[in-house]
Design a protein. Sequence first.
Length: 119
Amino acid sequence: QVQLVESGGGLVQAGGSLRLSCAASGSDFSINAMGWYRQAPGKQRELVAIISSGGSTNYADSAKGRFTISRDNAKNTVYLQMNSLRPEDTAVYYCNADISRTYGTLRYWGQGTQVTVSS
């Protein structure tokens, strides 16, 4: 069984920073793309940023210039550095990973971590 465990959420004032982490655990797997999504109350889940196994990145317009996604393949971990946070960034943040095992590739999701930005 593969699990994704997130950490790093919390309460921060507008203009502040947070760093989210998401670590994959389990056995006999390889990780392809990894990403971060978020869901604010009453809204649909939306993409924040994704990173390929080779390190190529893509960001939502709202994240460009403020957020940085990175990964440590040796640790099976993806990070999201969030700077210049705004109240509208308040949401539950979820990581995901496309994970390959002997029977194929599946998308796994973390449990989510709350980020609250106060004005």
